[in-house]
Design a protein around this ligand. Structure first.
Ligand code: 6R9
Length: 655
């Protein structure tokens, strides 16, 4: 063993870990009628650019492109010379094709009974009015528009209004602080902010406008604040404010969607990363929409005439951009949008929504699935969810046990689960099973999608053999890839293109099993080095979650005088499990049995909650601080900072 070469180490150690043998073949009826069959892989392998050209032809172009790809590493341009309007593709063309009466969004507010149905014809009117209003406020092509809103229909309408004009939107998640909003407004030099008085969260109106006021006070670039009245709560006003209903409602309901260049910017979306100032990930028009739309069509087997699709993400994250707004609308889908939290007014709210709208495709995150496991099997069992046919997962590695639970308790053991790996930077899905093709393994993202050339390499950048592990990279440019970091080409090169020559470094660890299928192992920063063995947090967490009493687990490496790092785990028990005195011993034995003695945690702490980012990812960095008895680092991106107090209270018992 050579402990100083992480790539090789990962390879040797991980081949002993995870002996998952379950397989779920596609249902025969789904496979027989699937949008995509196995031949797509061969076609794309034969001629990758021709494959993406065909995907781009699913869109409506005002002017065809001349060059499919221009690649000056690491700067890509796709569909050069082509012109299209994203809003036209997402809205108008469906109306022109006689599908104006088709529902684009079933919007479900958090307060019971508060819902709206928006057809494609309605959306065309609303988006046109909003685009006219933005123009009246002085917004022009290329200007940046910050959007800080709850999950209400005016949110996707605002995105589309910007896209229509060619203004670059920068959505900032409605849970972020004034300081976070300010730094994002400044970095993008935004001209206006679109917001609302507030939104509904956990059964009560929660104000947004005061946060915007606090931020805008220190943002000289902002000329206007466009405010939707959602909750009707009392809010202070400033001379920059314009009410949405005052300006948008009186606009003409027609707006000419001028075509934009394929490489004109569509949006900036900030990702926080672990350190430093947030990175403004820049996406452009033609390639982005091509891949968002194609992957949505392929990975969910979307049938726009009959499917009711629901992605539970917030539009403030890339998942919402690509798979609530752009992908589904470009495909003419009918989607559900839900404003609130899954436990309001009760823990069956999601399943009530599935039942109410006969949802056929559900796309959610492992963090939600593990929460539902914790709440208990009896809750989803009360609802009729027989309409479901495809389930998706995104955001973190899905533990095999959570995958199987999702399949069984939500999908009635008949729906394929697609575990989709991608990032804000990739713009759209990259690695995923196809529901009509792949015999999926629980916990594996399986194969790069057709047209995507991803690989797992060792620390020298050499492709690992089957059974090996290392770093996930992408070897060829893809249509929806980020074009740069806004205003910082150097950081773009340093962050993604300097680790390995000529390859995109995703920052995730992965292994390729003996069949050649890919398993994502979490961020490489989180990998633990125990007695010279690289051990992935994901695999130990999955071993813990495979114990019937465990709902969720987070694992970190803490400095240890003997082993270098030692495994410390934080565990949430399932709803019905008792916290008996010997639970820690029981779990340690279980992990040793599943993964081998090397992976046995030094410590197990039973905790009520785990620290998560606002998009639901576990923040292991803070748990490392706890495990190493340090004072906590930056907690500003935590959803709920009181969680750390709850964990700290548990500490003495664990020692
Ligand atoms: C879409 C999104 C990206 C990071 C990514 C990885 C993790 C996302 C995953 C997954 C394992 C999956 N991630 N999907 N890990 N399996 N199916 O989440 O974008 O917020 O930018 O996060 O999320 O670590 O690098 P983003």
């Amino acid at each position: 063993m050579a402990p100083d070469t992480p790539g090789h180490e990962t390879q040797e150690t991980l081949s002993n870990l995870l002996s998952e043998t379950r397989r779920f073949a596609p249902p025969a009826d789904l496979a027989a009628a699937a949008n995509i069959t196995a031949s797509a892989y061969e076609e794309a392998a034969e001629d990758r650019l021709a494959f993406w050209e065909r995907a781009a032809e699913r869109l409506t172009w005002a002017q065809p492109w001349e060059t499919t790809l221009e690649w000056n590493p690491p700067f890509a341009k796709w569909f050069i010379g082509g012109k299209l309007n994203v809003a036209y593709n997402c809205v108008d063309r469906h109306v022109e094709a006689g599908r104006g009466d088709k529902v684009a969004y079933y919007w479900e507010g958090e307060p019971d009974g508060d819902s709206r149905t928006i057809t494609y014809a309605d959306l065309q009117v609303e988006v046109s009015k909003a685009a006219n209003a933005l123009e009246e406020l002085g917004v022009r092509k290329g200007d940046r528009v910050a959007i800080y809103m709850p999950m209400i229909p005016e949110l996707p309408i605002s995105l589309l209004a910007c896209a229509r004009i060619g203004a670059i939107h920068s959505v900032v998640f409605g849970g972020f602080s004034a300081a976070a909003l300010k730094s994002r407004i400044d970095d993008a030099d935004a001209k206006i902010v679109i917001t609302a008085d507030g939104g509904y969260r956990r059964g009560a109106p929660s104000a947004l406008k005061p946060t915007v006021d606090e931020a805008v006070e220190q943002c000289p670039s902002i000329e206007h604040v466009l405010v939707v009245r959602r909750t009707g709560q009392d809010v202070a006003t400033t001379d920059k404010d314009v009410w949405w209903h005052d300006i948008v409602d009186r606009q003409p309901s027609e707006h000419e969607p001028v075509p934009h260049d394929a490489e004109d910017p569509l949006y900036i979306l900030y990702t926080s990363g672990t350190t430093g100032k947030p990175k403004g990930i820049l996406h452009t028009t033609g390639g982005y929409l091509t891949q968002a739309a194609w992957t949505h069509h392929a990975v969910f087997d979307l049938k726009p005439e009959t499917d009711i699709y629901w992605c539970t993400a917030d539009i403030g994250w890339v998942t919402g951009h690509s798979y609530i707004v752009y992908g589904p609308l470009a495909n003419g889908a009918t989607s559900v949008i839900y404003e609130g939290t899954p436990d309001t007014p009760h823990r069956g709210r999601f399943w009530e929504i599935v039942q109410k709208y006969d949802v056929t495709i559900l796309y959610t995150a492992p963090t939600a699935i593990r929460t539902f496991m914790k709440w208990g099997d009896d809750i989803p069992a009360k609802y009729d969810m027989s309409s479901l046919r495809v389930l998706g997962s995104v955001g973190e590695p899905i533990n095999p046990e959570a995958y199987v639970w999702y399949r069984e308790h939500i999908g009635g053991d008949r729906c394929p689960v697609v575990d989709t790996w991608w990032q804000t930077e990739t713009g759209a899905m990259m690695i995923s099973p196809l529901p009509g093709v792949t015999a999926a393994k629980p916990g594996a993202a399986m194969r790069p999608l057709p047209g995507i050339v991803a690989d797992v390499v060792d620390d020298q950048g050499v492709s690992v053999p089957d059974g090996g592990g290392g770093f996930l990279v992408v070897r060829e440019p893809w249509p929806s890839m980020l074009r740069t970091i806004w205003g910082d080409d150097k950081r773009y090169i340093d962050t993604y293109w300097s680790r390995f020559d000529g390859m995109y470094f995703a920052g995730d660890g992965a292994k390729r099993d003996s069949d050649g299928d890919l398993w994502l192992l979490g961020r490489v920063d989180d990998v633990m080095l125990v007695s010279g063995h690289n051990i992935s947090t994901t695999e130990v967490e999955s071993a813990l979650v495979s114990h019937p009493k465990v709902a969720e687990a987070a694992v970190v490496g803490a400095t240890d005088p003997v082993t270098g790092q030692a495994i410390v785990s934080f565990v949430i028990l399932r709803g019905n499990a008792e916290e008996g005195a010997d639970i820690a011993a029981e779990l340690r034995t279980h992990v040793a049995k599943e993964l081998g003695p090397i992976a046995k945690p030094r410590q197990i702490m039973i905790v009520p909650e785990l620290p998560k980012t606002r998009s639901g990812k576990i923040m292991r960095r803070l748990l490392r601080d706890v495990a190493e008895n340090r004072s906590l680092g930056d907690v500003t991106t935590l959803t709920d900072s009181s969680v750390m107090n709850l964990i700290a209270e548990k500490l003495p018992a664990a020692k």
